[in-house]
Design a binder for this molecule. Structure first.
Ligand SMILES: [Mn+2]
Length: 420
C-alpha cells in the first residue's frame, strides 16, 4: 500500500507492514522481542532511511541548509500533547536557525487537557480553517514537516502534496510505514514519545534552554506533559524517556503542568462516559460500549470513556464507539477507541483484524501499544434528522455490526485474545 493511501483515525493510527501477517506470528513477535531487539530494529530502520549519523547532528545540518525558509508543520488531525509539544519545540529550535514555522492540524482540539495545554501555554498550533478563503497560501512555504505522524493521520498531507511542497523532515516514534520521501526521517519506534526525541535535540545543544525565558519554561512544561501522556504517566517509559524527563525537570513549571492536568471534563463528556457505563457489555474480560451520537467537538469523549471502562475489575480491554456528527461538513463517522492493559493484545492487529479494509484496501484503523482507534465512514447513510426513527435505526444497525465484528474476536474459540 502506498504512503498516500492512508486512513485517518483518532489515535495515531498507522498502517504497518505486518498487517498482512497472521495474528499468531505478530503476537509472538511482540512478546519475544525485548527492548534491545526493538532498539536494534529501530537502528537498522534509521540506517535504511540514510540516517547514519547522530540524529541531532543530522538535524543541525538540515536546519542550517534551510536557514531563511518558511515551513509548515503538520500534526495529526486530533493532536495530542505529544504532537503539540514536539511541534512547538521544533518551531523554537528552527527559529534559532532563522526558519519560520506555522503549525497546523485539520481536526479539532477536543480533549479538555489539550485545550487547557494550548490556552495556558499559548502553544502556537492552529486549526486549519474550514473556509477555503481563510486558509494560508501554501506557496509561501518551502517545505513541510511531519511531527508525531508519518502523514497518514492528517487530512492536510494531500493538500501539501498537491501544492508540491517537499517533505523536509519527519520526526516520529510510531512504527515505520516503509517508504517516505523525506530529506531527513528520524523515526524511532524504540522511544515512546516524540517529545522525548525533541528533548534529546535540545539536550544535544541545538539550542540552550533558558530558565528565565518564559517561552522555554512553557515549552519544557508542554514537553513534559507530552512525554508523560504518551507513556501512561511514565509507567511505560523506556530509559530514554526517563532521561528526557530528568532533563526537562530542570526547566518545566510543575504548577503549570498541574493546572493543565486539572482541566475538568465538560458535562457532555461526562454524559458520554455515563452512557458508556450504562451500555457496556462484558464478554471474556472485554468491555464493549456503544454510546450513540456525539457532536464533532466531543469526539474525544470516546477515548476518555474507554480509558474509564478499562479500569473496571476483571476487565483488561475496553472498546467504546459512537457516531460522530460533523455539522459543518454534514458528514458522519463511526469513531471508536480501544484501550487495553493486556500485554499480549496488540491493538493495531486487533482493530485491523476486527474491521478489515475498505474497497481501496485502506484499514479502518489501527493503533500503538495499549491503545488504538478506528473510523468508519457512514457514507450515504449520513444525515441527522430531528426526532426521527431513522436516526435510531441507523444507530442500531451500526451498533449491531460493530458488536458482531468485535465479538467474533473476543470469542475464546477463535479470537485473537486467546493467546495465553
Ligand atoms: Mn506520540
Amino acid at each position: 500500500m502506498s504512503f498516500s493511501d492512508s486512513i485517518l483515525s483518532t489515535e495515531n493510527t498507522l498502517l504497518d507492514n505486518q498487517a498482512s501477517e497472521s495474528k499468531e506470528s505478530i503476537v509472538e513477535t511482540q512478546s519475544e522481542m525485548g527492548e534491545r531487539a526493538i532498539a536494534d530494529q529501530a537502528a537498522s530502520l534509521r540506517r535504511a532511511a540514510g540516517f547514519e549519523e547522530d540524529p541531532a547532528k543530522a538535524l543541525e545540518k538540515l536546519l542550517k541548509k534551510h536557514s531563511g525558509s518558511h515551513q509548515i508543520v503538520l500534526l495529526q488531525d486530533f493532536p495530542d500533547p505529544d504532537a503539540l509539544s514536539a511541534a512547538w519545540a521544533y518551531r523554537i529550535i528552527a527559529s534559532a536557525y532563522n526558519i519560520q514555522c506555522d503549525i497546523y492540524y485539520s481536526g479539532t482540539l477536543s480533549h479538555q487537557e489539550n485545550i487547557a495545554l494550548v490556552k495556558l501555554t499559548n502553544l502556537p498550533a492552529k486549526r486549519w480553517p474550514t473556509q477555503p478563503k481563510d486558509r494560508p497560501d501554501l506557496s509561501q512555504y518551502q517545505g513541510y514537516i511531519l511531527i508525531d505522524t508519518q502523514g497518514t493521520t492528517s487530512h492536510l498531507t494531500d493538500l501539501v502534496k498537491a501544492a508540491e511542497l517537499p517533505l523536509i523532515l519527519v520526526v516520529d516514534h510510531h512504527a515505520s510505514q516503509g517508504k517516505l520521501r523525506a530529506e531527513l526521517a528520524d523515526i524511532r519506534p524504540d522511544i515512546h514519545a516524540t517529545a522525548t526525541i525533541l528533548t534529546q535535540y535540545l539536550q544535544a545543544g541545538l539550542i540552550q534552554l533558558d530558565r528565565s525565558n518564559i517561552t522555554h519554561v512553557k515549552c519544557a512544561t508542554a514537553l513534559m506533559h507530552g512525554l508523560r501522556s504518551d507513556t501512561s504517566q511514565l509507567m511505560q517509559a523506556s530509559e530514554p524517556d526517563f532521561l528526557a524527563a530528568a532533563y526537562l525537570s530542570q526547566y518545566y513549571d510543575a504548577q503549570l503542568l498541574g493546572a493543565v492536568l486539572q482541566a475538568s471534563r465538560s458535562r457532555r463528556v461526562m454524559d458520554v462516559i455515563e452512557r458508556s457505563l450504562r451500555n457496556r457489555h462484558m464478554q471474556n474480560s472485554v468491555s464493549i460500549a456503544g454510546v450513540g451520537y456525539l457532536r464533532y467537538e466531543d469526539r474525544d469523549a470516546i477515548p476518555q470513556a474507554a480509558d474509564f471502562l478499562v479500569t473496571e475489575e476483571n476487565v483488561h480491554t475496553a472498546v467504546v464507539y459512537g457516531i460522530v456528527h460533523d455539522e459543518d461538513e454534514e458528514k458522519e463517522l463511526v469513531v471508536g477507541s480501544l484501550r487495553t492493559n493486556k500485554i499480549t493484545l496488540d491493538p493495531d492487529e486487533f482493530i485491523k483484524e476486527a474491521f478489515g479494509q475498505d474497497s481501496q484496501g485502506r484499514f479502518f484503523g489501527g493503533g500503538r501499544s495499549m491503545a488504538g482507534g478506528f473510523e468508519i465512514p457512514v457514507g450515504f447513510l449520513s444525515g441527522f434528522y430531528e426526532n426521527s426513527d431513522y436516526n435510531r435505526q441507523k444507530w442500531e444497525v451500526f451498533d449491531k455490526q460493530i458488536k458482531q465484528k468485535l465479538q467474533r474476536l473476543v470469542d475464546p474459540e477463535n479470537g485473537v485474545l486467546n493467546t495465553d
